[in-house]
Every structure is written in structure tokens, then in C-alpha cells.
Ligand binder design. Structure first.
Ligand code: SF4
Length: 268
């Protein structure tokens, strides 16, 4: 059973009183993919509002609450943003993304928040982007397998987070949902990313590696040392990173430690 959406009712997928498909968007902009094995590639980011989780390290609090307007970039990389009230129509979202695509990009990153909360909108948006020759990169917290099943045939890459219970405000263990999600994601390129906090619980780290291994030992496992933000005051130490690496590497063959590169470059 999937958790109930935290979205306003009007956005999933049709706003009240309208027949037009619409979505709640945080921002749309051009930047460099700063996480995981695609790091360094230029992506168009479409960041969706709302999330069904509450991570202690969340660096996009603007995605989680309130009803903020969307921030839209018009010239790729220029930072010429304007605000637009939510929800945005399919024409608005596709139009802004396709305008940024007038310069070469490797993919459109559908991110959040949790983009699968607005899966009805994704089912309409993704074909529009694919028609323009754009590849689709889905960044997701890996907790909504039923919704992934609706779009898996439309995406090229699934970047799935593994959530350590110690990094969630409610301490929930999502490993069973992660495994179900990964079995669906295997139809496409997929990798997992686990944000490593300071003082990591290695029992939980091992459980995540076992979860991935129970689906496929071929799935790359990225350890991403947390970038201090909000309540997180320090990254894990070198020793803590090595301990986590060794714990995962004892179970899986493809383990990589990759920090957030876009933060180093002061990019979004
Ligand atoms: S899943 Fe992502 S967007 Fe949601 S609370 Fe966690 S870090 Fe934030």
C-alpha cells in the first residue's frame, strides 16, 4: 500500500475546476548533474513539489510545504528566472523545458520532492519531452513502486535513493518497498544512491546492500557522503566512509563513493 500523497488535492493530476492537466512545480532550470554516475552531464531539471518522506538531510525544503510559486529559467545557464503561480499547465512545463533544450543537454532530470507523486502528469509530460529527442532521467526516493510501474517504459534512467531509517524523521524501514521498486526499475538503466550521514548505523547500511543484492548484484551502489545542511552539521569522517564502503563492498561488486559535485561549484 502506498503512502497517501501530501499534495494538495487540486494537483493530482487535475486542478479543481479545470480539465487541463497541471502540476505543482518548484523550479525548472539548466545545470550540471551533480550526483551519481552521470555526474558532470548537463541536464534540464524539472523539480516537482511535495514529498512523502521527511529526510533529516533534505536540501530542498522548498519542495516540501507551503504553496510557493514556481521559479523558471528561460535561457539555459543564464539564471534569468521568473516566478509563476502554481499549478502549471502541461503546456507551461513542457514549453519551459523545451525552450531550455534549444542548447544541447544529455537528459531531462525529473526530480523533487518526489516526482512520482504527480505520476499522472508525468505520463503526459514525458512523451512530449521524448518527442523532442530528450532522454528522461528519473530521480526518486524509491518508495512508490506502483507509480513507477506506470512510467517505467517512458524513462531511460532510474536514479533511486536508498533511505537509511536513521536519516528519516519517522525512522521507517523502506527496504521491502525499495526491493519491489528495484525489480520494476531493472527494465531500464538503474543505480542506487545512499546518502551517508555522520555516525552511520552499519547494520542499516548492510541491510540496504542486502536489499539491492536480493534484486540484482549488477546494480551500481553509490555512497554519497552527506553535504552538511540544516540539522546536519558535519559530513561523515573518512573512517566512517571506509566502514560503510567495506560493509557494502562485502555484499555488492560495484560500489562507488561520489559526493555532490554541484555543491562544490555553487550550482543549483
Ligand atoms: S526524499 Fe528527497 S525531497 Fe523527500 S524529504 Fe527526502 S531528501 Fe527531501
Amino acid at each position: 500500500m502506498e503512502p497517501s500523497t501530501l499534495l494538495p488535492q487540486s494537483s493530482d493530476p487535475l486542478p479543481a475546476g479545470s480539465r487541463e492537466p497541471a502540476a505543482h512545480i518548484v523550479n525548472i532550470f539548466s545545470s550540471i548533474q551533480g550526483e551519481g554516475p552521470h555526474v558532470g552531464r548537463r541536464h534540464i531539471f524539472v523539480r516537482f513539489f511535495a514529498c512523502n518522506l521527511r529526510c533529516t538531510y533534505c536540501d530542498t525544503p522548498e519542495s516540501l510545504s507551503g504553496s510557493p510559486p514556481a521559479l523558471l529559467e528561460h535561457t539555459p545557464g543564464a539564471g534569468d528566472f521568473t516566478w509563476r503561480d502554481n499549478p502549471l499547465s502541461l503546456e507551461d512545463v513542457a514549453g519551459v523545458a523545451l525552450n531550455l533544450a534549444t542548447e544541447p543537454h544529455d537528459a531531462v532530470s525529473l526530480t523533487g520532492g518526489e516526482p512520482l507523486l504527480q505520476v499522472g502528469f508525468l505520463c503526459l509530460l514525458i512523451p512530449r519531452l521524448r518527442e523532442a529527442g530528450l532522454r528522461i532521467y528519473l530521480e526518486t526516493n524509491g518508495t512508490l513502486p506502483g507509480r513507477l510501474a506506470r512510467v517505467i517504459s517512458l524513462v531511460d534512467t532510474v536514479a533511486m535513493d536508498l533511505k537509511l531509517p536513521q536519516t528519516l524523521q519517522d525512522g521507517r524501514d523502506w527496504s521491502a518497498d525499495h526491493a519491489e521498486f528495484l525489480r520494476i526499475a531493472l527494465a531500464r538503466e538503474v543505480f542506487c544512491k545512499m546518502v551517508l550521514p555522520p555516525s552511520p548505523d552499519l547494520t542499516q547500511v548492510r541491510r540496504m546492500a542486502e536489499t539491492v543484492g536480493s534484486v540484482s548484484r549488477d546494480i551500481p551502489f553509490i555512497i554519497q557522503p552527506v553535504t552538511p545542511f540544516g540539522a546536519i552539521e558535519r559530513p561523515p569522517s573518512a573512517g566512517e566512509i571506509w566502514d560503510a564502503y567495506g560493509t557494502v563492498r562485502a555484499i555488492l561488486p560495484d560500489v562507488r563513493v561520489i559526493p555532490q559535485a554541484h555543491r562544490m561549484m555553487n550550482l543549483r
